[in-house]
Design a binder for this molecule. Structure first.
Ligand code: 5RP
Length: 222
């Protein structure tokens, strides 16, 4: 199976966690797009979704699935999202699709985070994938210097030659050269730096379950 087929496999496997009448937290990315398409096949059974990006909201609505405001919901039973990396403890790097801030907000509403990923995302230690960090533009250079003190190299993410603007109107730094062997402590530290909107380490909101697509089928990691 190729990577695309593995993504389809785990996206469909995530449907087993959905119960009638639920409002489903929905992430962002190519794996989640497949999940949204799968969710459309059971849309009569759910009340709607809380979405983590404009792109996912658009896809959900195109399928006729109601998109609710996160403020209208006190809690969610589950949140389904992909990852750029996931370690054996369920800690993740996310934000390859620039949606990390809203992803963390919706994940924080949910009792369970169901991560759907192909096996290329499974790593022993986080840090091979460049860490996305959403920042207030005027703080970008001082945040880059703080990462340099950790051995990281921060690069401003561009789109069409211009700094990418997130759904929240902010910028993204992608940081290479990090070895994130204490994700909880690292996430807390970076969150405290002025100008950081959100760091793409998901350790406080780690996955409860990971459905990993492998050549042998779906592996469930808890
Ligand atoms: C978007 C994300 C995605 O979940 C992550 O980038 C994985 O994406 P894909 O499923 O396309 O590999 O964090 O901000």
């Amino acid at each position: 199976m190729n990577q695309d087929q593995l993504k389809t496999l785990v996206a469909q496997a995530a449907l087993q966690y959905i119960e009638p009448g639920q409002i489903v937290g929905v992430g962002t990315g190519s794996t989640v797009n497949k999940f949204i398409d799968a969710l459309a096949t059971v849309k009569q059974r759910i009340r709607g979704a809380v979405s983590s990006s404009e792109a996912s909201s658009e896809r959900l609505r195109a399928h006729g699935i109601a998109v609710l405001d996160a403020n209208a919901v006190e809690s969610l039973a589950l949140y389904v999202d992909g990852a750029d990396e996931i370690d054996p403890h369920g800690c993740m790097i996310k934000g390859g699709g620039a949606a990390l801030t809203r992803e963390k907000i919706v994940a924080a509403l949910a009792e369970r985070f169901i991560c759907i990923a192909d096996e290329s995302k499974y790593v022993p230690v986080l840090g091979r994938f460049a860490l996305p960090v959403e920042v207030i533009p005027m703080a970008a250079q001082q945040i880059a210097r703080r990462f340099a003190a950790h051995g990281g190299v921060a690069t401003l993410r561009l789109q069409g030659g211009q700094p990418l603007r997130t759904d929240n109107g902010q910028h993204i730094l992608d940081v290479t050269g990090l070895c994130i062997d204490e994700p909880l402590a690292f996430e807390s530290e970076v969150n405290n730096w002025p100008g950081v909107v959100c760091v793409g380490v998901f350790a406080h909101q780690k996955a409860s379950v990971c459905l990993l697509g492998t050549a042998e089928g779906v592996r469930t990691l808890r």
